[in-house]
Design a protein around this ligand. Sequence first.
Ligand SMILES: [Mn+2]
Length: 272
Amino acid sequence: MKSKFKFVIGDIQGCYGEFKSLLKIIDPKKENKIFCVGDLVNRGPESEKVLEYVMQHNIKSVLGNHDLHMMAMILGVHKIKDKNHTLDKVLSKNKRIEAVDYFIKFPFAKELKVNDQRSLIVHAGVLPTWSLQDIHAANEELCELLKKDPEKFLSDMYSDRSKAISKSTNKRNRQRYLVNVFTRMRFLSRKNKLDLKTKTKKTHKNKYQPWFNYQHKCLKDIDNIVFGHWAALNGVTNHSNIKGIDLGCVWGGSLAAINLFDNSVITINSES
Ligand SMILES: [Mn+2]
């Protein structure tokens, strides 16, 4: 079956002007259906406009940490401490609950097939020890819990979330660890322990490597992993089948879209 998806767009983070400029080039109304890598909102100037546009045009995405953050703020989950958010206009919007209803249907991982090429889209990453089946199972587990009780899911997630850095048999910690892997991971130890503090390109901590530097089991079954979240990389992973497309638009870099047919990348420079 021919997939209609052709482009995957990097972290928009409320950069509406750049997003519209990018859409003008790739034209989603024709054959070129788009999918997003998450973090559609926050930190940038016009999250409310991005939100409105994606809802009107039925644009889908995987969930990023800032998308979850927005939902938690709309639902009034009180454990969040974030003075730097730029979501005031989203929070005062009449349609904010509709935004939660819309975002809540987004998965944490999504497989897209274009011609014979299979790509896995995630916001931050996946564990190297995961098979494709494990990834789908973890995704389904989280999606079900989020839909069942979003307030509980999000308030569990924001309580002591920095402690959920390794595998756990405790159900709540397990859930938080999986969310951290899909939406916040950068550096990982050989034993799948997360370092959520380091956001730079490199780490001095010997035990840790970028998550994509390990051998990934799922790459036996799929051709590519496409992810965002890590602006400091500027897209460089040095692995041809693991593609970072967060080029830091919100930090003055650019907004990227990868063409899944030929792996070419289109970029729009930041307006700020
Ligand atoms: Mn992110």
